[in-house]
Design a protein around this ligand. Structure first.
Ligand code: FEO
Length: 391
């Protein structure tokens, strides 16, 4: 893939990783990803915005063939999928200085041990005149990591948004194809950005006053219709949850499964959208995606050796870490002789701050009374969704 012009003098010089299938050793990337870097050539200075994952250094070097001098390297975010090639780029361009947020400088030195004397900090709102064009740095702490920042090329209406508005999508298209926002970009929000909803909200508001005609994120295609991704983020971040319940379940011998099937049917009869997710085959990405706008999560698990099944523990831990806008959490399942399953799951999800509904736990195979309790749980969920006016 060759370097591609975004605007005159502004070129995408990143890397397309067609083959990557797992990110952070956790998140499936079935459509690969990209590590976006951009080269801005002004009449006075040449600026490289971000680098690429070290595994893709050859692609970046190829795109920089013929570029004899780089004056500034802007690092928006220290995570190594963007900064990993920096030591090699600093070596290739010994005259270049690195520009980064104050917190980023500290983290960059921790993570990559580059020459501290070449790393300079920028404050929020600081500008860099490259000759005929000006970059403005926007510090955005906790939009993702504590050091994260964005850059606005005001003359051209280009926002370099870091991981915000990104997507794990390897594509030859420079700009987002149809379906990107609803598919890979939504998944990316769910898996990577959702825990930072509050800081993202503040930054979405802050971006309102900027001239943004192109969004150039750090992953995936650029957005030349930026209102589409901005509107989607508004909804994901601030919109109400949907009248939908996830039933994430694992069953060993069928008792918990019987309760799950009863619950899914009872919820549907009461007008609640349902999504049953078998945790033996559900991956972290699918669960994250479902959590973007569901109002209720029911964890269904047998009791194993005194506690929840490890797959349910893992799912509860992940759901808690992602900080979705859940309103209600419930636990149901079967046990043999006792245990603390319900309390364990509730404790694991205490960070979500959702209402914890009374658990439905049965000894062994559920009987009529147990199934009636499952129906009552469905009614409790449906009533709460209706009272909140969820649609
Ligand atoms: Fe794409 Fe947080 O790095």
């Amino acid at each position: 893939m060759t370097a591609r012009e975004v605007r005159p003098g502004l070129t995408w010089v990143g890397a397309i990783d067609w083959e990557r299938r797992l990110f952070d050793s956790l998140i499936p990337t079935p459509q690969g990803t990209t590590y976006n870097a951009y080269l801005l050539r002004g009449s006075q200075r040449t600026v490289l915005l971000d680098t690429v994952d070290a595994s893709c250094l050859p692609a970046l070097l190829d795109h920089l063939r013929g570029v004899d001098r780089v004056d500034d390297i802007v690092i928006h975010h220290v995570e190594q999928d963007h900064s990993g090639s920096l030591p090699f780029i600093m070596e290739r361009y010994p005259e270049a200085r690195v520009l980064i947020s104050p917190k980023g400088r500290e983290m960059l030195l921790d993570h990559l041990r580059v020459d501290a004397g070449r790393v300079e900090t920028v404050e929020d709102g600081a500008t860099l005149d490259v000759g005929g064009r000006t970059l403005r740095f926007l510090l955005a702490p906790w939009q993702h990591w504590p050091e994260t920042m964005m850059t606005h090329l005001s003359d051209d209406g280009v926002l370099f948004s870091c991981d915000l508005f990104g997507a794990h999508l390897a594509s030859a298209a420079l700009y987002a194809p149809d379906g990107c926002v609803e598919g890979p970009a939504r998944s990316y929000y769910a898996e990577i950005m959702m825990p930072f909803r509050n800081a993202i909200r503040r930054n979405l508001d802050r971006l309102e006053g900027l001239d943004i005609r192109v969004i150039a994120p750090s992953h995936g295609p650029l957005h030349d219709k930026p209102e589409r991704i901005r509107t989607a983020y508004d909804t994901w971040v601030s919109g109400p949850p949907r009248n939908a319940a996830i039933v994430a379940y694992v069953s060993m011998h069928g008792s918990t499964r019987e309760m799950v099937e009863r619950l899914l049917g009872a919820l549907a009869e009461r007008g609640v959208r349902t999504l049953g997710m078998d945790l033996t085959s559900t991956n972290a990405g699918d669960l994250a995606d479902a959590l973007v706008d569901a109002a209720t999560l029911v964890m269904a698990t047998p009791t194993v050796l005194g506690g929840a099944h490890p797959l349910a523990v893992s799912a509860a831990y992940l759901a808690n870490a992602l900080k979705p806008k859940l309103l209600h959490v419930a636990v149901l399942g079967s046990f043999g002789w006792g245990g603390k399953t319900a309390q364990q799951i509730a404790d694991l999800m205490s960070g979500v701050r959702a209402e914890v509904l009374p658990p439905v736990l049965t000894r062994g195979l559920p009987g009529d009374d147990d199934l009636a309790a499952v129906d009552q749980l469905a009614s409790a969920i449906a009533d709460r969704h209706a009272a909140a006016g969820l649609s």
